[in-house]
Write a protein that binds this ligand. Structure first.
Ligand SMILES: NC(=O)c1ccc[n+]([C@@H]2O[C@H](COP(=O)([O-])OP(=O)(O)OC[C@H]3O[C@@H](n4cnc5c(N)ncnc54)[C@H](OP(=O)(O)O)[C@@H]3O)[C@@H](O)[C@H]2O)c1
Length: 288
């Protein structure tokens, strides 16, 4: 298929390259043009603007930072992208209301809209193992399912537009919460002079252990937050999306408020582009 890919960041770049490897024709656009180099080397056409990328496409994928950026890139640029007759697939983590507003705007421009957020990071993209869950019309989902299956083996339909966005936010607030909880436990163990290996041995035998703790433990121990797979600023965005969803649904999210304060403190320390493992730095600042 002829595809426009908007956003070749940490996730968007390897995702666009999977479409190329699957034999699709892909035009890529990114605000920072240099970040399209790997996709171009893999056979993509570098587009000069979103409108240029979209011009020849049957399907438009957006994997941008957030809802406001996605709306601006798709709807508020000159020259205006022509969305008529095209399917727009929004894959970033954005709010329920933002996704529904995008769907309405795309329909006004004569296009169709599917939200398809993903669970999993760069390693899962490279392995084709992302968990892909969509929100939108069943017929559109069925038509796009083969494309979504390029990213993960079993794309699912969660419900109408907004439901998959909400589901993704439900997952990410949990990731933020368990990560912050682990960082505090590790900080307590280390500052109290307890053997970290002993702590981990017991944790591994408990019902509370998760693979995600193991993945970030070396970063916490070395205070190494370089080469992010998921930047701290985006975790903060997702925590804020979680607070918004909780408020919309009348839930008490005071537990998440503390996580927001930690993520915001890390961002204030200049760690916005660091891996979200830098939450540990907010919990247990080096040298303090
Ligand atoms: N990383 C993960 O593990 C992961 C997993 C699942 C979902 N997600 C979600 O996927 C989305 C992309 O995340 P990512 O990890 O790929 O982040 P990223 O590397 O920071 O990429 C963000 C993308 O948005 C673009 N962008 C940011 N601000 C912009 C603006 N004002 N105008 C135009 N473009 C702008 C960036 O362009 P530049 O290159 O010019 O900055 C880049 O293409 C986010 O919603 C994130 O929450 C991430």
């Amino acid at each position: 298929m002829r595809i426009a890919w908007l956003g070749t960041g940490l996730m968007g770049d390897p995702m666009a390259r999977r479409l190329l490897a699957a034999g699709h024709e892909v035009a890529v656009w990114n605000r920072t043009a240099e970040r399209t180099a790997a996709a171009v080397a893999a056979g993509a056409r570098a587009a000069g603007s979103p409108a240029d990328a979209i011009a020849g496409a049957e399907v438009v994928f957006a994997m941008l930072r957030d809802g406001p950026v996605t709306a601006e890139v798709l709807l508020a640029r000159e020259p205006a992208p022509d969305l008529a007759g095209r399917a727009v697939v929004q894959m970033a983590t954005i709010a329920h209301g933002e996704s529904r507003a995008l769907a309405a705007a795309v329909a006004e421009h004569g296009g169709e809209y599917l939200e398809a957020p993903v669970l999993g990071s760069i390693g899962a993209v490279e392995a084709g193992q992302l968990l892909v869950f969509a929100g939108g019309e069943p017929a559109l989902f069925e038509r796009l399912r083969p494309l979504l299956a390029v990213f993960g083996p079993e794309p699912l339909l969660a419900g109408p537009v907004g439901q998959a966005a909400t589901l993704k936010v439900a997952f990410n607030q949990m990731i933020a919460g368990i990560s912050a909880a682990f960082c505090l436990s590790l900080g307590i163990v280390r500052r109290a002079g307890i053997d970290v290996d002993l702590f981990m041995r017991l944790l591994r035998q408990s019902a509370f252990h998760t693979k995600s703790f193991e993945g970030r433990l070396p970063r916490y121990l070395a205070r190494d937050y370089e080469h992010p797979s998921f930047p701290l600023a985006l975790l903060l965005k997702d925590v804020e999306l979680g607070l918004g969803e909780a408020a919309r649904l009348g839930l008490d999210a005071s537990g998440l408020e503390g996580v927001r304060a930690l993520a915001a403190a890390g961002v204030e320390r200049g760690l916005a582009r660091a891996d979200y493992g830098a939450l540990y730095e907010a919990v247990d600042p080096a040298g303090e």
